[in-house]
Write a protein that binds this ligand. Sequence first.
Ligand code: NAD
Length: 391
Amino acid sequence: MNVAVLGVGNRARKYLSSLPEGVCVSCLVEPEEIRLYQAAARFGVPEEACFSSADDFFSAPRPGIDAAIVAAPDRLHLPLALACVQRGWHVLLEKPVAENEEGYRMLMDAARSAGVHVGVCLEMRLHPYFKRIRELAASVGSISRIDHIEHIGPDRMAHTFVRGLWSQNEAAGPIFLSKCCHDADFLLWLTGAGTIDDVLSIGALEHFRSDFAPQGATARCIDCPLERECRYSAVDLYKRRGEWTSGFDVPEGQTLGEVIDRELQEGRYGRCVYYCDNNVFDTQTVTALLDGHLHLNMQLEGISKEEGRCTRILGSNGVLEADGGRITLKLNGCSEPLEEDYSALNNAPLHAGADAELVRDFFDSIARGHEPSATLSSAFPGHVLCYKAEL
Ligand SMILES: NC(=O)c1ccc[n+]([C@@H]2O[C@H](COP(=O)([O-])OP(=O)(O)OC[C@H]3O[C@@H](n4cnc5c(N)ncnc54)[C@H](O)[C@@H]3O)[C@@H](O)[C@H]2O)c1
């Protein structure tokens, strides 16, 4: 099976490291030269099959391609996926599928007409901890209420949504869509809810703004007198702890340390979190009524110290509580709750294997003709909730 990869960044590299046997990378499309040629060398893709522009790639027929992985920035998902589907290629598509419901429906129609599979990268469905929550939730009876909090965590929040590429609505879309479409998808998939009514959404940029900067903070961490005591220090994150560095490209002849030093001096990731150009919310609450009776309450929390997702599912037979690692199921009439601990998976690579499973499942769905784990139609309700939250 020959696959074209559009957008060879962090996500695509994870998927490419998990390709099943018999799947061959035949074309790469990536505007960043260093990424394009590093991936070409790694996967043995010839120069004539490497494109720095999607327009060039789509300007000619590309016979022999069976499928595409679309892992470009969010706003390009729809146009790139449409172009692939219209050529009759199956698509493994990063979330979010589209910026709005109209675009989403357009892609669903195009995929249906072309008779191709589109698998959406919603790996929470394949993560052992979340799979288990779904299995156990089946025993709480008729669900009347779900409370779910997503703590983004200080490092991810600072790196991605304050300093990084998802910090501006205009470039990346609203944070509830880009981040919580995973959670909305998982929860709606778990409930199997068909209708979404009365969506209320309240959000704000409460903390990561200049009026919250501690007195004396400077525009860059590297020369800030408060750097050692700041939880959001870029020097600490990238240099001392060496975390969140996989997106820094290291040109030949340079070291990662040199790249980090340059980034701290002049790049976007060296900026003080209180003096960035971010405008996406750092806190948001979305409440919806599902199927006329189920209250879903979701909270995005970008300011809290911890990272993780907490879920409480209340049903007619009992309640399930999950704190990001431990799952507790208390059924009515049972004195002993059932407890399971998945916290060992919290830092397991590739989303505890779910990313690799996603890729295997997608190519298997093509080979064997079954549906991928998250189809466009099954991922539609979760996206619609996000769209409604932003109206
Ligand atoms: N499923 C998940 O858990 C998950 C996690 C993180 C990110 N994502 C999503 O995956 C996508 C990629 O995220 P990432 O972290 O890899 O970002 P990234 O910036 O590392 O990768 C995106 C790549 O696309 C390239 N690109 C830009 N314009 C392009 C074009 N016109 N054609 C082809 N490529 C183009 C960029 O140069 C970059 O290399 C995003 O949509 C993001 O929301 C999903």
